[in-house]
Design a protein around this ligand. Sequence first.
Ligand code: 5AD
Ligand code: SF4
Length: 470
Amino acid sequence: MINCALGMSKPFDIELERLTDPAAYSEGRSTATGQRGTFFLETFGCQMNDHDSEKVAGLLLSRGYQQVETPEAASMILYNTCSIREKAAQKVFSRLGEFREKQSEGKVIGVLGCVAQQEGEDIFKRAPWVSLVCGSASYSKLPEMLAQLEAGNSRVTGLDTDTDDTFETPVTRRDNPWRAYLTIIEGCDKACSYCVVPFTRGPERSRASDSILKEVRQLAELGYSEVQLLGQTVNSYADPTSRRMRFSELLLAVAEVEGIRRVRFTTSHPSEFTPDIVEAIEREPKVCDHVHLPVQSGSSRVLRAMQRTYSREEYLEKIAMIRGAKRPIGITTDIIVGFPGETEAEFEETLSLLDEVQYDSMFSFKYSPRPNTPSLSMSDSISEEEKGRRLAALQDKQREIQALKHARMVGERFEVLVSGKSRRENQWTGYTTSHRMINFTSQERELLGTYVQVKVTGATPNGSVGEHVE
Ligand code: 5AD
Ligand code: SF4
């Protein structure tokens, strides 16, 4: 399961140069950029959705559409949606409500992703001005669906989840110029009782290892130095080719590609987190020393009710294995509070797990009942007020843990990939290999996309501050 991340907005694309030169690209009926109108694409949710949107944008560009910055300027408005928690899904419908009048202006409005899959054709009832509803497991059929829209069809759907397909496009319009996302496994075969993903994204499908490595080589040639391998359960990767590459072998093979300096991966499921992954991190410094290992709860009883397939003790064994690595590995997690029936004592087990593991950071959520999930019908729901109290207590504890960790970093040196420049002069932001963010000062004029050494000089409640050193 993957968490929300803020994307960046500067495009840097495989093959985009060809697309912006109308004479240089032609595919099917599309011969030049801009001939088919314009699209606006807004993304909600996780990194996987961000990356799906990069591929959808690439697909549209290759068909001759042009991307625009506002819905007003677009002839087609697309929302790539998230339904992991109720709030996220509501946001999509309120956005659709804003566009009631736009349909009369002749705009095509489409809903992609998890809400599309979850609500299906009901979207047409709730928002009759929508013309395209397409779940993520049907993205490979998007070209056909677009052709139907272009032919004047006013209602087109792609809602099949019973598929072996993975979504591969010849063109990907990447938003981040340094870190390239790459989905290696789609869908999820787990059945966590609170989670919509197996329903909205369908069963697990792994991409062929040779196709992944070919894309990594292309990315390196384009100047990307960091790749992030994505999957809801990335470490369940099962190479469908005769090479049968294990996930840990794939990590090492990606790291071997010339030009690649950092290989990240997210999200790992504890049950499949095997010693060979730790060995790959130990052996190859390019494989980043960061593992995102969602625990969800510190209580074995709650974990059973969540159908997480491990107990507190088994999870802690995985943590011990990671902590035993020859180089320190940062560990982050996801936690849900207020799962149906979670007692105060069980919640306290989650608090004590934080003390025991000492996570580097945590994403935490109030349990949100979701359609089509087994836990929807579980009794003993916890009041919103109580969920709020537990969430605040959890976050207070994690804040204390992180404050201590940040304080301990003062005086240490780290290599960071510089990924942001502040409006304040000489202020930059970079990420360490273990994905710690450091805000630092440098007198250099241009550092974006480079790797520099930073000495940590201080700690703030949210992170570290430092200065560029030689
Ligand atoms: N309610 C609250 N949080 C949820 N997550 C997934 N489903 C739900 C839900 N129904 C959280 C999990 C997951 C993260 C991405 O979102 O912690 O790891
Ligand atoms: Fe992650 Fe479980 Fe949801 Fe799969 S079902 S995406 S493992 S939380």
